[in-house]
Design a protein around this ligand. Structure first.
Ligand code: PGA
Length: 254
């Protein structure tokens, strides 16, 4: 099933100042005039959400967060809750990014965060992806286990509300983008895992994004032939020109 593409700029731990975050978001919001096609969101760090939010209010660019606490309000030092994100104007939440999983985030935690986000009407964008590829194709089971952990905890209605971001770890920040064939194969694999766990209609409703060295020169191909419903963009989202070019190259294949 074809969705309107969704492109999220994951700024990670950038930039250093709120002035830079404001300038970058304003530049992107100004250039992205098209209403809704594709859907665009920016994910600054928590500290910059409030500075960036007003720059996006008059545009069709949404606000995203890079993580969410699995806890509600209370004695949870250093956490940022789903309710606080909602109140800050956030629409999408990245959950289970490999950089967070590398810090010890388990599938169990990812599931708890997804449920918390859904409870507060935030759209979770759940990252899955293997560390490396092997000739035997064992990496498929690795990705399957990450998806099954979600599928076991979520109802079909909940599953349909989230997006999955296939982000092979070896492709993140390396310039080694997955090939169109690899991406297409994984998209079909994810669909078959979801079909087995739920049903065909549910599987086809789950938006699948690709992330890992998405650049202006490879976005069009990855979306059109890779069967992706959009992208999670890291490095290239820090340059307004590059991010806008990725958006422009994507929308013509919507
Ligand atoms: P990258 O990051 O585009 O810099 O590879 C993608 C991501 O980590 O989401």
């Amino acid at each position: 099933m074809s969705h309107t593409p969704l492109i999220i700029g994951n700024w990670k731990l950038n930039p250093n100042t709120s002035a830079e975050a404001i300038a970058l978001s304003a530049a992107i919001a100004k250039k992205h005039k098209q209403e809704n096609v594709p859907l665009i969101a920016l994910a600054p760090s928590f500290i910059h959400l409030a500075a960036v939010a007003p720059k996006l209010t008059k545009s069709s660019v949404a606000l995203a967060a890079q993580d969410v606490s699995l806890h509600g309000p209370g004695a949870q030092t250093g956490e940022v809750s789903a309710a606080q994100l909602k109140d800050a104007g956030v629409t999408y939440v990245i959950v289970g990014h490999s950089e967070r999983r590398a810090m010890g985030e388990s599938d169990e935690t990812v599931v708890a965060k997804v449920l918390m986000a859904l409870k507060h009407k935030l759209t979770p964008v759940v990252c899955v992806g293997e560390h490396e590829r092997d000739e035997q194709g064992n990496f498929f089971s690795y990705v399957e286990a990450q998806i099954v952990a979600l599928a076991e905890a979520l109802t079909p209605a909940q599953m349909k509300k989230l997006a999955l971001a296939y982000e092979p770890i070896w492709a993140i920040g390396t310039g080694n983008t997955a090939t169109v064939e690899d991406v297409k194969e994984m998209q079909l694999f994810i669909e078959s895992v979801l079909t087995k766990r739920f049903d065909r209609a549910t599987a086809r409703k789950v938006r699948v994004l690709y992330g890992g060295s998405v650049k202006p020169h490879n976005a069009a191909e990855l979306q059109a032939d890779g069967g992706m419903n959009g992208f999670l963009v890291g490095g290239a989202s820090l340059k307004a020109e590059d991010f806008i070019t990725i958006i422009e190259h994507t929308k013509y294949h919507a």
